[in-house]
Design a protein around this ligand. Structure first.
Ligand code: PHE
Length: 379
């Protein structure tokens, strides 16, 4: 299915002005790391499946090959339904263009698995897990990559579950949600300290983040909450309440398997791949080597349209996975009101040493591309 979509997409790409999906991202579609049972992402997915199977006697239906190419509506519905009309400014859309990959004006690469909530509820599912690749334009460092994987969980509760509890539906669902996710965190991380942080998501209310105290710091594990009644209403479930959560698999896998850099998940190097096997959650990754980094700085005057995401996309387009980090190290505005940025680009391969010539060539190409594609003036 994904393949047919890709073929049609290719045709669309040629003459679609709103398409901002670069080849580096496009080529990742269909890889589906989460469906490989001996890849850290797949191993973690299966461990979470096991938890829900054991605790809800197999009630949760699993989806892991829904197309990542979704209509804007699915996303906009979820994001905007809760915004006051006046609070949806024109620049909301432009902000999205900076954060989201558009295939055409009506179609995006999903930026989270929540994009599937409404459709699955509407066709009648009440307990489900959705795992998939999600796409976000973002900055570059060891924990951010424009493609990553999320798992979404949704559970619908009917009134007979909470009538005798003395609680209202929302409070009951919030309690059920917290119990369930605390159990999951204990299964994955052992007997850790946890805390709940109140937060905001357009599609849940109340909304929470779960944090665990792990390796001497508080770490955010997931976002969740009690589903907005409007979403249930659209699916014809007016008397029910529901909860939902979404978690980032890379973030958890990096900690659980001791994986130091998010690019490694995409590595095809046997020295990486061969360290993991089906069903083994506890394995710690042994770095096969750490090659030296190379730093290159680049200063330029920006214009109003400059964004760090656009810069990172260009760098990634040229250097691919050889770029480890793009970091703003200096920022000032002169008397004439011109703003200068200095970015440090860190080049490092995880598989081999890079030569000076190679890096100079990459940096030269980056400078040329930045100059010609962004409205900036190199200094
Ligand atoms: N979709 C949210 C995110 O990507 C996570 C989330 C899922 C929050 C479901 C609440 C309920 O950050």
């Amino acid at each position: 299915r994904v393949l047919t979509r890709l073929l049609t997409l290719d045709v669309v790409r040629e003459n679609e002005p709103t398409n901002n999906v670069p080849d580096t991202i496009f080529s990742k579609l269909g890889t589906q790391l989460h469906r490989r049972d001996d890849h850290p992402i797949g191993i973690l997915k299966n461990a979470i499946y096991d938890y829900f199977d054991a605790n809800y006697s197999g009630k949760f239906v699993k989806f892991d090959d829904l197309s990542p190419i979704v209509s804007v509506k699915a996303i906009i519905n979820l994001f905007l339904q809760n915004f006051d009309d006046v609070l949806v400014p024109a620049d909301h859309v432009s902000r999205s263009y900076n954060d989201t990959y558009y295939v055409d004006s009506q179609t995006v690469l999903r930026c989270h698995t929540s994009a599937h909530q409404t459709e699955l509820l509407r066709i009648g599912h009440s307990h489900f897990l959705v795992t998939g690749d999600v796409y976000r334009r973002d900055s570059i460092d060891s924990t951010h990559y424009p493609v990553f994987h999320q798992m979404e969980g949704v559970r619908v509760l009917s009134p007979d579950e909470w009538v005798d509890s003395g609680l209202d539906g929302t409070s009951y669902a919030a309690k059920d949600l917290k119990n369930s996710l605390e159990g999951l965190a204990r299964k994955l991380f052992g007997d850790v300290e946890m805390r709940w942080i109140d937060t905001y998501f357009p599609f849940t209310n109340p909304s929470f983040e779960l944090e665990i105290y792990f390796q001497e710091k508080w770490m955010e594990v997931l976002g969740c909450g009690v589903t907005e009644p409007e979403i249930l209403k659209r699916s014809g479930k007016i008397h029910s309440v529901a909860w939902a959560f979404g978690l980032g698999l890379e973030r958890l896998a990096m900690v659980l398997f001791d994986i130091p850099d998010i690019r490694l998940f995409w590595s095809t190097d046997q020295r990486f791949i061969s360290q993991f096997s089906d069903g083994k959650l506890g394995i710690k990754f042994k770095p096969f080597s750490k090659y030296p980094p190379c730093y290159k700085d680049m200063s330029f005057w920006i214009s109003d349209s400059f964004t760090e995401n656009n810069l990172c996309e260009i760098v990634r387009g040229i250097a691919g996975d050889l770029v480890e980090e793009v970091r703003l190290i200096d920022n000032f505005t002169n008397k004439k009101g011109l703003t200068s940025h200095c970015y440090r680009i860190v080049y490092r391969s995880m598989e081999r040493s890079l030569t000076d010539e190679e890096i100079n060539q990459l940096q030269g190409d980056v400078r040329d591309a930045v100059q010609s594609k962004l409205m900036i003036t190199l200094r």
